[in-house]
Design a protein around this ligand. Structure first.
Ligand code: BGC
Length: 524
């Protein structure tokens, strides 16, 4: 038995491994989830770096000039396409690479993707640190994105496939915890960077290399997932990997057999993953897998993540104050992922989606009111201190709501609802949709703010309303259901039953009284 057993639950011997958490599985998942760290670091770093005067003077000299004007329009202060390109270029290359990763993972395995992504990311970091002009800076950022597209495609499915089913949600939440931990780290590093004068921004960009190095080296020492190994015909290695993570040999044979038969059934479809996923029977998976990551960005979280320091400066805080504000925000975001890890396998995914949504909508309405009262539409007035603090508090509440709902659930739900044959492709589409939306919004946000003024908060509140209703109607609960049995959630759903095969289990039959009680019931 590899790895010490922390706890054992479950009386059915066949599924005894469902609740067992071994030391090995914890360590292995930590390495994989640390892919979140490097992504989060990049999310968090750009906001602070773009608030540093030496960085702006070197690469974006028009902005310091605008700031020096007597009465600048606060809404439009940072409205510069090249500045936003610095932030958003990462997402455009990540979008492309996540789709590529969805295809090549069939030959390289999940672990191989993590390693390739880590190496590309390290090269991007070096270019960024050494940048002497804007093209070099942007090229470095594009490479970071390319690396992150790979690691984000692989890490959540890696963790989902390795985790004990009973605690799958909590384990996969680790990806978001690392992600927001990375963003928190980045804001703290930025604070130090801002004190270092001329080259502080190089220090900030360079520190991204540390977690990337740890993840890349760590990935050489972890096994690939049993599913991925079976897919590539490496049965013996799959058995070893499963024994290592589950720790109970007698049980792993049953799980291994399950995985093998599941793989056999999925084999034919795996050859053309992107073609397969557009078939009608995968419609629920495709829609949910695209909608969740797209909606996640429409919560407006990246106003907070990227532009908090900029926004805080717009409402009159000093460079220092705005960086400290960003640290507080990221700390709240990070802490709230632990609330999610605790609740997600106990109360389910749906409850968190709905509660988080309502919390964000309410705060966004109040933010719109405060901005309209303080800045109006001219945007030339100054924020009072009390209002600036209130803005920070409301943003913290949004951050917390996001941190225990849409943040982690975006990584958990798609990776668990996708059947094996379309899992890598689906996860590729998930990351690509997330990056596409992040790109569009981060590229557009500063000019949306400049044009819509305080209405920008209403814009996001409207979207959160739509997505919360969508989840209420179309997202069945996945808590505690084994990956191999996940198809049943659609058969019991009021809308999706008509797309999935097995007509004997459809909703119409269920309401006729033929409900099979071994299946999850109709779950709206
Ligand atoms: C999102 C990022 C966001 C971050 C904030 C992630 O799940 O994909 O775009 O910046 O959460 O914590």
């Amino acid at each position: 038995m590899a790895g010490g057993t922390f706890a054992t639950q479950g009386s059915d011997p066949r599924h005894a491994a469902d609740g067992t958490i071994t030391r090995s599985v914890v360590i292995i998942c930590i390495v994989a989830a640390s892919a979140g760290l490097i992504f989060g670091y990049d999310v968090g770093i750009s906001g602070g770096v773009t608030a540093m005067p030496p960085f702006l003077e070197k690469f974006f000299p028009s902005i310091p000039k605008k700031m020096a004007q007597a009465k600048p329009n606060q809404y439009c202060l940072f409205d510069s396409q090249s500045l936003t390109a610095f932030t958003s270029s990462l997402y455009i290359s990540g979008l492309v690479s996540s789709l590529i990763a969805g295809r090549v993972t069939t030959t390289t395995g999940r672990r191989g993707i993590l390693i390739i992504g880590g190496i590309i990311f390290l090269i991007g970091t070096i270019l960024g640190v050494a940048a002497v002009n804007l093209p070099m800076l942007l090229l470095g950022r594009l490479l970071l994105g390319f690396g992150v597209g790979f690691t984000n495609q692989a890490a959540p499915i890696y963790v989902t496939e390795m985790a004990p089913p009973k605690w799958r949600g909590a384990f996969t939440t680790a990806f978001q915890s690392f992600l927001s931990g990375g963003a928190l780290l980045a804001t703290i590093i930025n604070w130090f960077g801002s004190k270092m004068g001329e080259n502080g921004w190089r220090f900030s960009l360079g520190c991204a290399g540390i977690p990337a190095l740890i993840m890349t080296v760590g990935a050489f020492f972890i096994p690939d997932t049993p599913s991925s190994l079976i897919q590539r015909g490496q049965l013996q290695k799959a058995r070893q990997s499963l024994n290592q993570v589950r720790g109970v040999e007698s049980d792993t044979e049953a799980e291994l057999n399950d995985l093998i038969s599941h793989h056999e059934a999925a084999k034919a479809a795996t050859k053309q993953p992107y073609k397969t996923i557009i078939q009608r029977k995968y419609r629920p998976h495709l829609v949910i897998t695209t909608a969740i990551p797209t909606f996640q960005q429409l919560t407006g979280i990246n106003i907070v993540a990227f532009y908090a320091p900029v926004l805080f400066r717009s409402i009159g805080l000093s460079v220092d104050g705005s960086l400290v504000g960003a640290i507080i925000l990221n700390f709240i975001n990070f802490s709230s992922t632990f609330v999610s890890a605790y609740s997600v396998d106990r109360f389910g995914r749906r409850l968190l989606f709905l509660e988080g949504g309502v919390q964000m909508i309410l705060c966004q309405f109040v933010l719109a009111y405060i901005f309209s009262a303080e800045l109006g539409t001219a945007g030339t007035a100054n924020f009072s201190k009390g209002s600036a603090i209130l803005v920070l508090v409301l943003m913290c509440i949004i951050s917390a709501g996001f941190g225990w709902s849409w943040g982690p659930l975006t990584w958990i739900v798609p990776s668990e609802i996708l059947p094996l044959e379309v899992r890598p492709a689906g996860q590729g589409i998930c990351i690509a949709s997330n990056f596409l939306m992040t790109f569009i919004l981060s590229q557009a946000f500063l000019s949306i703010l400049c044009k819509m003024k305080y209405g920008v908060f209403l814009f996001y509140a409207g979207w959160v309303l739509i997505m919360t209703a969508f989840m209420g109607l179309f997202m069945p609960e996945t808590k505690g259901i084994r990956l191999e049995e996940m198809d049943k959630i659609w058969q019991g759903h009021w809308f999706w039953y008509r797309f999935v095969e097995d007509p004997s289990l459809n909703y119409a039959n269920m309401i006729d009284g033929n409900q099979n009680h071994n299946q999850p019931g109709h779950s709206l």
